[in-house]
Structures are given as C-alpha cells and as structure tokens.
Ligand binder design. Structure first.
Ligand code: C2E
Ligand code: MG
Ligand code: MG
Length: 735
C-alpha cells in the first residue's frame, strides 16, 4: 500500500477544494484522511459523483468537481442554486423513464444503472450513464448516491456500429447474390434469402437445416467440395469456382462461387464465407455455342473439329487399355443420285436417317461423326481383335442397307467403308483419317457396299473370316463338326468324367481351334445350333458309356456366355437330356466368368433353374478374371476349374504355387469340387494332388480323344496311365 499523504484542502495539487457537506465536517481526524483521499479520487474522475434528494426535482446535496465538465454548471450552482435540480438537466423526453427506473430500484433496495440524455448549460445534448443506489443519510433520510458519466462518444460509436450492421444486414438480406458462411467441414453457419431462393428452399433456416453436409448433398460431383477445400487451403480463396449443384427438389443448376477463408488471430481457419451466383443461363448459352461449333447442325453429330479431339481421346484410351482403335470412313453409295433426283429435302432426310442408324450400331465409347456431304466417320474403340471390328462393320453395312422411305418411296442405300487401325495404320488423327479415306476408295472400287482395311493383311483376315463364317455355317448345317472328349481323373487316375470339346476340320484350312470358331459362332449367332449339335452328341455318348459301365461317368459341356443369358437355355438343355434319356445328375455345365458380368439377378435365376433341373454347375477357367472369388460366394456353383494358366509353372514358380494353393483351399472351404485343368507333367499332378485338388484334367492324363477311344479306355478299366508329358498347344490336332 502506498503511504497516504494528506493535504490541506486548499493545497491539494490535483483538484479544487470540494464542496463540503455536513457529513464531511463531522468526521474525526483519522477518518478525515480517508475522506480526503476519497475527495481527491472522486474529484478527479471523469464524471460526477453525487448525493441527491428523492424529490420531484432531484435536488443535489453534493456533487463532485466533475459536475462542471459534465454539465457546464458549477458544483455550487447545482447544490446551492435555488431553482436548478437534476430534473431540469435531464432531457425532457427521458425524465419519466429514468425516474421510473430509479424509483423501482430504490423501492427494491437495488442498485440501478440508467442511460439517458442531459442538456448542458450551453444547450448541448450528452448521453450519460448514471449508476447509483438509495441510501440513508446520517439523519436516517433516504437519499440517492451515485455516479454519472459522459458516454456520448461510446454511444455515438455504438450507434454508428448499429447503423453499419443494419446496413450490412440489409445488403445480406436483400442481395441478389447468394451469400453464405460455412464451417470448413461443410455445414452452414449463415445463408441469406437469395441463397435459399437459389437452392429452392423456403427460407435460409430451412436451407441450413436440410443441408448439413454440403459436400455430399449439394454438389452433383461429390469431389467438388474437396476441390473447393483444397483451393481454400492452398490459396485462401476461390474465384469463379463453377459447379453443378442440386436444388431442394432434385433439379440441377450451375453456380459460380467466390469465397475466402476467415481466420483467427493465430491464422487458424474459422470458417469460409462467400457468394454464389446462378450461371445456368450462361452455361446453357456456352454449351449451345460449343455444340454449334462442334456439331453438324443437320444431324447433331460431332463435326470434323470435335472428331479430331475424339480421335486423340480414343488413341489415349487405346494406349491405356491396350486395345485397337478402328477409324472408319463411310461414304454413301447412292447419295448423289437421291439428292439430285429427289431434292435437298429428301437428301437431308436420308442423312438424318443414316446418322440415327449409325448411332444405333455403336457402343457408348464409340463416336459417330459427320464430316459433311455424305461422309461419316466412326471411331470404334475397345476392340482387342480385328475379327470383332469386322463383325461390327458388317452390322453397320446391314443397318445402312435397310430400306429408307423418302418422298413416299422406298430406297436402298449402300455404303463404302474404309478402315484404318490404330496403332498399325497411323499414330495420329490426320494419318488415320487419311488412310481410312484411302481404304474407303478401295472399297468403292471393289464393288461398293463393302468395307476395306487400309492394311492388306487385314483385308486378307477379313476375307478369310468371311470364308470361315460361311464354311462354319455349312459345317453346322451338315453336321460336320466333331466332338472330342477329354477325361477327368481322380487322384488315383481313375476316369470320373469327360469334357466334351467341339472340333472342326476345315477341308481347306485344316483343323481350326475352338478358340477361333467359337468366337465367330458367338458373333454370328451360329453358337446356338453349334451348341445343340455338340450337346446332342455328347449326351448320346455319355448315355452309351454309362450303360456299359457300372461306375457313373459324368459329362461336362461348355456353355457360352452369349447363349447362357438367352431366353430358354434351361428348357433347351432339359429337352436335349430328355431326348438322350440321360440323367441330369451326370451332367456338368461349364460356364466362364463373363456370364457373371451380366445382370446378376437374371444370372442367379438361370443358375437356380439349372440346379433345379439337377445338373451340376462348374466355373471354367477360374483365376483368369478379376473378381472370381466374390462370384464363388454369390452364385450356386458346384465345381471350380482352375485355369491352365494357374497350373503352368506351379512346380517351379512360388507365386503361381501360392495362388493355386489359396484357390484350392478356398474351394475346399466353400465345399466345391476343385478341378485342375492343363495338368501336363507329373510334378504338377503331384503338387495338386498333395494340395487336395479333387480332379485332374490335362495332357499328362489324356488329350481330348474320339468317342471310341474313351469307350476303349473304360473297357480297359478306366485308369489312365501316365505317359511322358508332351508339349501341347491346347488344341489337339486330329491324327
Ligand atoms: P476349356 O473349356 O477351358 O477347355 C479346355 C481346353 O484346354 C481345351 O482346349 C483343351 O484341349 C485344352 N487342354 C486340356 N488339357 C491341356 C493341357 O494339358 N495343356 C494344354 N496346353 N491344353 C490343354 P480346346 O479344345 O482348344 O478348347 C478351347 C476352349 O474353347 C475351351 O476351353 C472352351 O472354352 C471352348 N470350347 C470348346 N468346345 C466348346 C463347345 O462345345 N462349346 C463352347 N461354348 N465352347 C467350347
Ligand atoms: Mg471347359
Ligand atoms: Mg477351361
């Protein structure tokens, strides 16, 4: 504590002598010191300490020196003046309110604080705050004691702030742009009515309640919010950030956002705030402009400009996926004639009809473009063989060749197609188009309504394929396909079943691999009669063997995915079983993974129908696909056939061995029969046997052989000797 120094009243360095009251004059010497200190303090405060009567005029009994600065009246005038009371100084408009406030506080024995205006001696209006309390004076009379200070400047500041806030609020409320504040995580802290309107909510509150995860609920592309957040993190702001968003009713609109991060003193992000503009109209306009610049107005197809772009994209895709890309130049054969004789109107109709047909022949990843006149270009992606391109080209020719009605008459239009393949025939858009164009002229010269590849080799392949197709059709019609049977043995090499494999020996080309002719059969629809022929023979053979032998012998047949998903396959197989009088329990249907890639409900339905028929179901070539394991659990399969690729090398490649081991144990745990395909040597056989594989098929045990050879094997006891392994190609040429 500082030692208190006592000054005589007239020598106090800080203040003029206070107005003495009765109370002060009665103090003892010890108390006087304290009173002096109090006086000094009080008189040096900004403001006025007082004691007054609770009368109608608030007459002052004591006021401190601050009185003069506060009111312009001296303390003397106020205390001793006959007429001047605090009531007179109080602003007339505030008098009643202040009196009410003070009187009720006093009645309750409480402190009060009242804010009001006073009028000073010079007529100036000041805002003051008066804090005080009712106390009993030395005579036991109720008086008011307190302190009044000038708060005009704070008041002005507050008022200015309120007005400013009012102005900002008004901007916020009435802005035509959406304004928001959100947490970094994506919850709204504030939204204005324009934003609510923009997003289709009845009020900002409704918007804030409904959207509690902006990233997930607002943006059509859910990664947008993350991009927004990243930009905010890196740059502290986003400018003209365009996104498509959902309205409350699920419709979409395009917006542009400008926003920044609001941080605390330490630089931590507190929240984001920004504005939103509806740019749907502009986007539509832009898109329309782009569409007009990039599309052919008559047909709506991409034009030459967009085509170049698409070729580049398709090339990148082909590189990425390791597929071929075919660039096909199409020129209509009779267009000039129709245009000249029927007029441009009819010509346009024809072009539109052709455009629609072309679009019908392509897949989602393909492009149909019109270069002008009667020239169209197709980009056919995702082909991993020339043969599938050929099938698609034939479909295109056949679609274009359908009759068209023009001016009430039926016309037939042909087309010449020229094909350039990427990467063989060119590595960029210009070269590919030029070569496709060259090939198209060759097609025109070779008799129209046909196609030509730029590369001669491919033309040869195409020709050959057409020949093979015709020959296959002929072979099926004349029942010239054969069926060979490859035994499947148990771990003691006893034959437990055989797999029927189609064989075809072409009079000119010699034996053709099933891998080749089955694909052609699938692409041309010949697979249905082919399968019927194979099944008919196989079932009849199986029935013969089972009659002769006391041991049941199962027959496995392959069903192509194409056929599997077509209509009445189960009924068809049931009919063939019936015809052969073969018990369904002796039959295994082998299907490949492609079957499972279709509509899985439909697939499960068909699989169940097969099970109900009583046949067994095997997954062929297991391990070659991607999600084979998940299929095993979902679909009712009895047998897993481990693909040859997982058997080859099993004896000396640890990785292959490991996968095979895992597949076998998985099969066992799911209670499936595990069959190994392509067992070519004793080491593989021993390894697989040791791992607990149930059945074995492969050149080690037997190649696919003719029916009578199986009969002989069975008659000899049905146990397969182990010949020295012979290198095989997977296709056993006929002896
Ligand atoms: P798949 O059903 O996986 O048939 C097994 C293939 O492996 C047969 O080839 C068989 O000859 C061959 N193979 C068997 N053991 C060995 C071996 O130890 N080493 C080697 N390197 N190969 C072996 P194939 O006969 O050429 O048949 C190929 C594919 O054609 C079959 O594969 C099957 O998917 C299909 N296929 C054959 N016949 C038919 C049929 O009638 N209908 C259907 N839809 N597809 C068939
Ligand atoms: Mg098979
Ligand atoms: Mg197989």
């Amino acid at each position: 504590m500082l030692p208190l120094r006592v000054y005589p009243s007239d020598t106090c360095p800080m203040s003029a002598p206070p107005v003495r009251t009765r109370r002060l004059s009665l103090l003892s010497t010890g108390e006087l010191d304290r009173a002096r200190v109090l006086d000094t303090l009080i008189n040096n405060l900004d403001g006025m300490a007082y004691r007054c009567l609770l009368d109608a005029n608030w007459r002052m009994i004591f006021v401190s020196q601050g009185c003069l600065a506060l009111t312009g009246y001296s303390a003397d005038e106020l205390v001793h003046g006959e007429t001047l009371g605090w009531e007179d100084i109080t602003h007339p408009l505030d008098r009643a309110r202040v009196r009410g406030q003070i009187e009720s506080a006093v009645a309750l024995g409480q402190r009060f604080a009242a804010e009001y205006r006073i009028r000073t001696e010079s007529g100036q209006i000041k805002w003051v705050i008066e804090r005080g309390i009712g106390v009993l004076d030395e005579q036991g009379e109720l008086v008011l004691e307190g302190f009044i200070e000038d708060v005009s400047s704070q008041h002005a500041l507050l008022q200015a702030r309120q007005q400013a806030e009012q102005r900002y609020r008004s901007i916020f409320e009435h802005a035509s742009e959406g304004i928001f504040q959100t947490t970094v995580e994506g919850r709204y802290l504030a939204a204005n009515p324009a934003l609510a309107r923009l997003y289709g909510y009845p009020s900002p509150e409704a918007l804030m309640c409904s959207l509690d995860d902006i990233g997930r609920q607002l943006y059509v592309k859910s990664s947008q919010r993350e991009r927004f957040r990243q930009l905010m993190e890196v740059h502290g702001e986003v400018l003209n950030f365009e996104s498509e968003v959902y309205r409350a009713d699920g419709t979409r609109l395009w917006i542009s956002e400008n926003a920044h991060v609001v941080r605390d003193a330490e630089g931590r992000a507190l929240y984001y705030e920004g504005t939103v503009q509806d740019i749907s109209e502009r986007r539509r306009y832009q898109e329309e402009l782009e569409r007009q610049a990039n599309h052919d107005m008559l047909t709506g197809l991409p034009n030459r400009i967009l085509l170049a772009d698409r070729v580049e994209q398709a090339i990148a895709r082909a590189d990425r996926l390791g597929y071929y890309l075919a660039v096909v130049f199409i020129d209509l054969d009779n267009f000039k004639f129709i245009n000249d004789s029927l007029g441009h109107g009819a010509g346009d109709e024809l072009l539109k009809a052709i455009a629609a047909r072309l679009q019908h022949c392509v897949r989602g990843t393909d492009t149909v473009a019109r270069l002008g006149g009667d020239e169209f270009v197709l980009l056919l992606s995702d082909h991993f063989r020339a043969s599938t391109v050929i099938s698609q080209l034939r479909r295109v020719l056949s679609e274009i060749g359908q009759p068209v009605m023009l001016s009430g008459r039926e016309f037939h239009v042909g087309a010449s197609l020229g094909v350039a393949m990427y990467p063989a025939d060119g590595e960029d858009s210009d070269t590919l188009l030029k070569h496709a164009d060259t090939a198209m002229y060759a097609a025109k010269n070779s008799g129209r309504n046909t196609f030509q590849f730029f590369t001669r080799e491919l033309n040869r392949v195409a020709d050959e394929r057409l020949n093979i197709e015709a020959a296959l059709r002929h072979a099926i019609e004349h029942d010239e396909l054969e069926v060979h049977y490859q035994p499947k043995a148990d771990h003691r090499r006893r034959i437990v079943g055989v797999e029927a494999l189609a064989r075809w020996i072409h009079p000119e080309y010699g034996p053709i691999s099933p891998d080749r002719f089955i694909t052609i059969a699938e692409e041309t629809g010949l697979i249905a009669p082919l399968t019927t022929a194979v099944l008919r023979r196989a079932f009849a053979a199986a029935r013969g063997w089972n009659r002769q032998s006391s041991m049941p012998l199962r027959i496995a047949v392959n069903l192509s995915a194409r056929l599997f998903l077509s209509g009445d396959i189960v009924a068809h197989v049931a009919g063939l079983l019936q015809e052969a009088q073969l018990p369904p329990a002796l039959v295994e249907i082998e299907i490949t993974e492609t079957v499972f890639m279709g509509d899985s409900d439909a697939v499960v339905g068909i699989l169940r129908d097969f099970k109900a028929l009583g046949v067994q179901l095997a997954m062929d070539d297991f391990g070659t696909g991607y999600s084979s394991l998940s299929y095993l659990r979902r679909f009712p399969l009895d047998i897993i056939k481990i693909d040859r690729s997982l058997v080859t090398g099993i004896e000396h490649e640890e990785e292959v061995a490991m996968i095979a081991r895992a597949v076998i144990s998985l099969g066992q745990s799911l209670r499936k029969t595990v069959v190994a395909e392509g067992v070519e040597n004793p080491a593989q056989f021993d390894f697989l046997r040791f791992q607990g594989c149930h059945e074995f098929q492969g050149y080690l045990l037997s190649r696919p052989v003719r029916e009578h050879e199986i009969t002989e094997l069975l008659q000899a006891g049905g146990v397969l000797a182990a010949p020295a392994a012979r290198p095989g190609s997977g296709f056993a040429p006929l002896a």
